[in-house]
Design a protein around this ligand. Structure first.
Ligand SMILES: Nc1nc(=O)c2c([nH]1)NC[C@@H]1CN(c3ccc(C(=O)N[C@@H](CCC(=O)O)C(=O)O)cc3)C=[N+]21
Length: 296
């Protein structure tokens, strides 16, 4: 039954739309600049940084990665953010999550100029999202990319029951806010949700979005027939292979649409990051951009 959602292809189409926008900006002498700060070595972050660098150059985004060792001080990172905030060639700033424990992640998120906050993690931007404000502001790229994917696949969440598993600031919480803004009924589940309640809600879900970091957490037998399944997990197994949070083999026959890992949500996150970078650059320079084909 399951039809694969080809995140890789949708991401490619989105990057092509972004490249059209950067070409337009280039005629006005603007090259969007993205600065990524990476502290220590988180494996998921390393995949992200590698794939992002590759993709950015191809669509005309000037990306730089600033690496710090795992024992870097908070003051060092805050000083770098202040420098990037003041740098006119930098339109977008991202600090890879997680950061080592000696650094207060909230302080870091609040230090970034909200107008350069490409992850949408600054409380000002989170507040706008939570309040469902109109107008442009950055929104976390993974959930935004998922909304783009659903739109592209013709899935309208209005009036649907969507179960989101995982309540991180990176995915689950902004995902729930975007879905609520799109008139879905959202159940936001997490590790303290009783298993029996998880089972009940998942079995009644039209769309299931799983972002927990637990390999194979959701199995096909738990899903409603025809559910749309979005797998945000990136788990590296001992043999080096990548798997998601959904047991793909059992879920695929039950789902009407399902994202693979790799090749699903991950490439969309990167393409959406580039999209947001270009939008921030346009805003920074007071240039209006046409919307590419996605609606959010
Ligand atoms: N401030 C911040 N923002 C983030 O958005 C953020 C972060 N920190 N920290 C780490 C996580 C992880 N993340 C990924 C995005 C894309 C792939 C990706 O490209 N995945 C490919 C992997 C392909 C492969 O290389 O094997 C895929 O799923 O097909 C992976 C991981 C963003 N994150």
């Amino acid at each position: 039954m399951g039809k694969l959602i080809d995140g890789k292809q949708i991401a490619k189409d989105l990057r092509a739309a972004v490249a059209v926008q950067t070409e337009k900006l280039a005629t006005q002498g603007i090259t969007p600049g993205l600065a990524v700060i990476l502290v220590g070595d988180d494996p998921a972050s390393e995949i992200y940084v590698r794939n992002k660098e590759r993709a950015a150059g191809k669509v005309g985004v000037n990306a730089q990665t600033i690496k710090y060792p795992a024992d870097a001080s908070e003051a060092e990172v805050l000083a770098k953010i202040a420098e990037l905030n003041a740098d006119d060639s930098v339109d977008a700033i991202l600090v890879q999550s997680p950061v080592p424990s000696q650094i207060d992640e909230h302080k870091v998120q609040e230090a970034i100029d909200p107008r350069k906050d490409v992850d949408g993690f600054h409380p000002e931007n989170i507040g706008r999202l939570y309040a469902n404000r109109e107008g442009y502001y950055p929104v976390a790229n993974t959930p935004r990319g998922i909304m783009t994917m659903l739109h592209h696949e013709g899935v309208d969440v209005a009036g649907k029951h969507v179960v989101v598993i995982g309540r991180s600031i990176l995915v689950g919480r902004p995902m729930a806010a975007l879905l609520q803004g799109a008139n879905a009924t959202v159940s936001l589940l997490h590790r303290y949700t009783p298993a029996s309640l998880t089972e009940l809600l998942v079995s009644e879900a039209d769309v299931v979005i799983v972002a927990t970091g637990v390999a194979g957490l959701i199995k096909g037998s738990e899903l409603k027939a025809g559910a749309v399944v979005i797998d945000v997990g990136i788990n590296r197994l001992e043999d080096g292979s990548l798997v998601g949070d959904v047991d793909f083999a059992s879920a695929e026959p039950v789902a009407s649409l399902i994202t693979p890992v790799p090749g699903g949500v991950g490439p969309m996150t990167i393409a959406t990051l580039l999209q947001t970078t270009v939008e921030l650059a346009a805003q920074h320079h007071g240039v209006a951009l046409e919307d590419p084909w996605q609606t959010i």
